[in-house]
Design a protein around this ligand. Structure first.
Ligand code: ARG
Ligand code: ZN
Length: 469
């Protein structure tokens, strides 16, 4: 977000052209392919080269070493996957960096590069249904993604003392070879080595105390719950760290760059309080710890990195923390299968900001809804949030009109159905992939009402819906 404004990210007011009004089918799943060559994309119509087809990743084992003075990253990534077809070749996504060796199940494999695709030909054909492990050794100076539309800079971003690593939507490939699309979630092990005195922060929990030898410290982190690649991080630098537990007993890891040391205790306390509160509204917290990181890189946005949202160069207000922590349920535990459905992340997290305001006596969700509704000239009326556009992905419409959709639904079905619906949604798809179609179906089932007209007007029409009673 632009620091000091009301929403969490940096929703643009982008120019608007009506997108397809039709609700398209469910999640992307594994892309189609030709013969025994895995497809170079996972099948997301708006991001055709993101992710890959032909296999499903189960686990990433990432061994990484970063030296801030030379900005060099050295990595060895082992990816455990299961073939979804016979494979004589398959792709991983990788942006820049130099690959020195690829092995499949221990045997050297040949490989080539083509834009951001690493094409791998194993010595032996992989059979449909078989598990396999591919190891990629690589190194180089990572180059972040730079998007001139509205994504800004993201991926692996070097800072003077380390790196700020935020990868939504497709920047994981700037630091490890991956199936870089949220439709293929996996568990992660990280072993990150940095110069002594620096801290390496990844997702999940630390396994053991960091070990220092010969001036270098290795941090081992493990995320044992499935995670989308864009939520993975290896943020490094000089950090002040505070650990402990929330009132409900959930472990908290809070870290701030030195220049934000005055914000550490507030970040720690608010993070625990808000995570605990959301677990009473959305249902049990999906992961094994919560947390937050403030780095001194002025990204202008925050990102809901799994278990540890990161705030790019600002001390977040509680509303922003509430937004990023709501994403732990909506976005992180429940992940979209294609980017067009992004309102299922951002509409929910923005609505959570309104719920937080309501909870803390700072105005009702209804008043926020009305404020937006009254502005008939808002460009969001021309942008149907149910079809987020690749060229204006994080549009204010996806955030605010997405949140308004939930509020219109709440008014239509009442609090007695709305809050159980939200909990049922989080519960039914925990750790999985979701689509708009599935949300509408569940809303109709829970409420016993035909809601097609409401969702069509709020999500898919390029105009302001009729007033809600
Ligand atoms: N999902 C983030 C949030 O809502 C925003 C990420 C923006 N990403 C970007 N590349 N600009 O907090
Ligand atoms: Zn968000």
């Amino acid at each position: 977000m632009a620091v000091g404004t009301a929403t969490a990210c940096a929703p643009s007011q982008g120019a608007v052209a009506p997108s397809s009004a039709a609700a398209a089918p469910a999640s992307a799943g594994v892309g189609t392919s030709t013969g025994t060559m895995g497809a170079p994309g996972i099948g997301d119509p708006d991001f055709p080269s993101d992710g890959n087809g032909g296999y499903d990743v189960r686990h990433y084992d990432l061994r990484l070493s970063y030296d801030p003075s030379s900005r060099k990253l050295a990595g060895s990534a082992t990816i455990e996957a299961k073939a979804a077809q016979d494979l004589t070749s398959f792709d991983l996504d990788l942006h820049g960096l130099t690959v020195s060796r690829v092995a499949v199940d221990g045997a050297a494999a040949s490989f080539s590069r083509s834009q951001d695709e690493l094409v791998i030909e194993p010595a032996q054909r992989i059979r449909n249904g078989d598990g396999f492990a591919v190891t990629v050794d690589y190194s180089g100076v990572p180059e972040p993604m730079h998007d001139t539309a509205n994504l800004g800079r993201y991926g692996f971003i070097a800072t003077p003392d380390g790196a700020f690593v935020t990868c939504e939507p497709n920047g994981a490939k700037t630091w490890f070879p991956s199936n870089d699309h949220p439709a293929d979630k996996a568990t992660y092990d990280f072993r990150i080595t940095v110069p002594e005195g620096l801290t390496a922060i990844a997702n999940g929990e630390m396994a053991g105390t960091p070990q220092t030898t010969a001036g270098k410290t290795t941090f081992v982190w493990r995320e044992k719950h499935p995670m989308a690649s864009y939520l993975a991080t290896m943020t490094t630098g000089k950090f002040q760290v505070r650990t402990g537990t929330s009132a409900k007993g959930l472990p908290i890891y809070a870290a701030v760059a030195d220049s934000f040391r005055g914000s550490l205790d507030t970040l720690f306390t608010q993070t625990g309080k808000i995570t605990d509160y959301w677990s009473t509204v959305f249902g049990p917290y999906p992961f094994s710890s919560t947390g937050g990181v403030i780095d001194d890189y002025a990204a202008g946005y925050a990102l809901e990195n799994q278990t540890k949202p990161i705030y790019g160069g600002f001390s977040p207000e509680p509303a922003i923390i509430a937004h990023e922590l709501a994403h732990q349920w909506f976005g992180d535990s429940l992940s979209i299968g294609r980017w067009r459905d992004l309102w299922l992340n951002e509409g929910f997290a923005t609505y959570a900001e309104w719920l937080w305001a309501e909870h803390t006596g700072q105005g009702t969700a209804d008043s926020a809804f009305r404020r937006y509704y009254e502005n008939a000239a808002d460009p969001m009326w021309a942008y149907p949030p149910g079809a987020a556009r690749a060229d204006d992905l994080f549009s204010a419409a996806v955030y605010n009109r997405g949140a308004m959709t939930l509020h219109a639904l709440r008014r239509e079905i009442g609090d007695q159905k709305f809050f159980p619906l939200i909990r049922a949604w989080a519960d039914a798809h925990r750790y999985g992939n979701v689509s708009t179609r599935e949300f509408i179906a569940l809303a109709e089932r829970v409420s016993g009402k035909d809601l097609k007209g409401l969702f069509d007007a709020w999500l898919f029409q390029p105009k302001r819906p009729a007033p809600v009673m």
